[in-house]
Write a protein that binds this ligand. Sequence first.
Ligand code: ADP
Ligand code: MG
Length: 358
Amino acid sequence: MARIDVKGLRHAYTDRPASEADYALRRVDHVFEDGGAYALLGPSGCGKTTLLNIISGLIRPSEGAILFNGTDVTDLPTEARNIAQVFQFPVVYDTMTVYDNLAFPLRNRRVPEEAVARRVREVIAMLGLEERANRRAQGLTGDEKQKISLGRGLVRADVNAILFDEPLTVIDPHLKWALRTQLKEMHRRFGHTMVYVTHDQTEALTFADTVVVMYEGEIVQIGTPEELFERPRHTFVGYFIGSPGMNLLPATLDGTTARLGSQAVELPGRPAMQPAGRLQVGIRPEFVRLGREGMPVSIGKVEDVGRKKIVRAKLEGEDISVVIDEDAEIPAEPHVTFDPAHLNLYADSWRLELGARP
Ligand code: ADP
Ligand code: MG
């Protein structure tokens, strides 16, 4: 198992990158601590697979270095890095049995056959493949084949890290939850450094202790699920995490007062310096109160989502979503107030600390 340092990483798929836009990874610096469970979360095209493939050695980065336990491995081939990688689509030997597929990575490393049997049985049980153990992979369903791929990633105890690239994409929705839970259990038992790539916030937040959010080839925030929810550093995180995402309202600043059109919101403090750039107030739909007092809103549609309702409204001509209890009343003349403890202020998409007293 290893601590993985990613230093000053940049990567362009073209030979002569002309501008920042040519970089799939613009600049990434990060430390994956030994034994950590990380999710790399971000929309399609933000560079997740590129970063994973650089860690495993499938791609050599244009700039920067990868260190395993302090040793530079940037120039080492994949085989020398001792990494297990699980891809989006199954990689299995069709003519081998399920058992032999799982035993392969161990036999390849000359692990004694008794130890192979012990380990393979354990993984087979974990994945619920007992009845398939002696069947050839050929003819199994996509779900089952992907379980074998997962198993091949998990079977070796001595790997530096296990990298998962959207491994549950082809898995049936009702199985996803169970497999994710099992991966987390494997992490708890064996303590591998695990990096799990996904574009799905639920997968990221349930699997990982630390979520690394990527956007346009950069890391925009690293944090626990709570931190990402409570204090998004970048408007992208506010919007991407949460359902619905954070409300972002254009604002101007006057001391500790944020002005939203003709309305005013008192902030808990003010930024250390008068901010430059485009200002936005950020407030999550969960922290907007709908009532008879505050700022007038007009209600659009109301969506039922289980025990909650999402109210879509307009405040000073801007879209705003409010989450309310399913049995809560919507007043005839609806107004909103914001929970001051959960107000955020952004300048050009980056969060400002509101530490300074009025
Ligand atoms: P993600 O996994 O987050 O969806 P990728 O790392 O696959 O993102 O891609 C990041 C960017 O690099 C995208 O703009 C993508 O089009 C580009 N890209 C990925 N692979 C290649 C490749 N082999 N050749 C050229 N461009 C690529
Ligand atoms: Mg990808």
